[in-house]
Design a protein around this ligand. Structure first.
Ligand SMILES: NC(=O)c1ccc[n+]([C@@H]2O[C@H](COP(=O)([O-])OP(=O)(O)OC[C@H]3O[C@@H](n4cnc5c(N)ncnc54)[C@H](OP(=O)(O)O)[C@@H]3O)[C@@H](O)[C@H]2O)c1
Length: 318
């Protein structure tokens, strides 16, 4: 099969022919129809997860996927060949990635049925960003009367967070610098937009002298957001795991580690198929163009970048 392979840290990923993987105990093999790009993939290229995960080279990149079950390993219940699925490759080592024609995944975590109403390109864009977004929302408890600041609102996680927080009735303040970014976050439900090339904390504090209830940190400087919080306010972050060294410490701090359980993926799929959330696809690429997708992601995003293995480079039907 063709796969996007990293042969050593910092190398440019290349398209290579490798063996089709066999599903092990408790695993299914998925014929990948689409796979989405995440910051995690770039982190793998640059060795950011050394010490946290075993890396198996030649390492196939890619976390998010959507496709059809192609083979079922021993001990698997509830999945059969042909089932439409999506998720996040979740193993205790890195190397079995989704930027490939086939991927094997354990059914205990990181895979769930893809509803008929969600196409593969959109399904592929849901998993990792959506799992992080739902964890942020569960921590933020948005609702009527609550004010929620979201920095990094224009990315994959932020898009979902803005929609879910505003639908829950919260007053959402989102970051976005260019006109298209500001339009996107307003369309997703933000009541206010702050350009992130200015002093976000100062702008928020001027508009809300009493402070916000929650700041959800998905980009930029986490410590700079603490002064935007009201007394007793909460800082939620997908990027920092401790507030050690912050000049000012929030009253409540919740670090996020996305955990794409089948139940959580089911919530994401239901939100998407029920029209509660939408995923913005900025651009779709062929498998061969995945290295370009990774470079484009590093240069900035407005929604999700997706690798479409059906090859037409545009979102397809269900
Ligand atoms: N802990 C976890 O489990 C977990 C899971 C998923 C993701 N993450 C992390 O969470 C973060 C967000 O993920 P993502 O997938 O949404 O990333 P993303 O798609 O790269 O989105 C980040 C967004 O933030 C914007 N941005 C850049 N600098 C900014 C700043 N100073 N202030 C406000 N916005 C800024 C970017 O806009 P431009 O295009 O204009 O640069 C981009 O739209 C990433 O760092 C990712 O690694 C963590």
């Amino acid at each position: 099969m063709r796969a996007i392979v990293l042969n050593e840290f910092h190398a440019t990923p290349t398209v290579e022919e490798i063996e089709v993987p066999e599903p092990g105990e408790g695993e299914v093999r998925v014929r990948v129809r689409a796979a989405a790009v995440n910051g995690f993939d770039l982190g793998e290229v640059h060795g950011f997860f050394t010490g946290y995960f075993e890396h198996r080279f030649p390492l196939v990149l890619g976390k998010d996927f959507a496709g059809t079950v192609d083979a079922v390993g021993p001990g698997v219940d509830g999945y059969a060949a042909g089932d439409r699925v999506f998720g996040v490759v979740t193993k205790d080592f890195l190397g079995d990635g989704s930027f490939a024609e086939y991927v094997t995944v354990p059914t205990s975590v990181g895979v769930a049925p893809l509803p008929d109403g969600v196409d593969f390109v959109h399904g592929a864009a849901l998993g990792l960003a959506g799992a992080a977004a739902i964890a942020c929302i569960d921590a933020a408890e948005p609702g009527p009367g609550r004010t929620v600041l979201v920095t990094g609102a224009t990315g994959g996680v932020g898009n979902q967070v803005v929609q879910l927080a505003s639908q829950a009735g919260a007053h959402v303040i989102a970051t976005g610098s260019s006109e298209p970014e500001q339009q996107l976050v307003r369309r997703l439900g933000a009541a206010e937009v702050v350009a992130y090339d200015q002093d976000v904390a100062a702008a928020v504090r001027t508009a809300h002298p009493e402070g916000v209830d929650v700041a959800i940190h998905l980009a930029g400087d986490a410590a700079a957001l603490v002064p935007t919080l009201r007394e007793g306010g909460t800082l939620v972050s997908t990027l920092v795991f401790s507030t050690e060294g912050f000049p000012e410490v929030p009253d409540v701090f919740v670090p996020i580690a996305a955990n794409p359980t089948p139940e959580l993926l089911g919530r994401l799929a239901a939100n998407q198929s029920g029209g509660l959330t939408s995923v913005t696809i900025q651009r779709a690429y062929s498998l061969t163009d995945t290295p370009t997708a990774l470079a484009d992601f590093a240069a900035g995003t407005l929604g999700k970048l997706v690798v479409d293995l059906d090859g037409d480079g545009v979102p397809d039907g269900p």
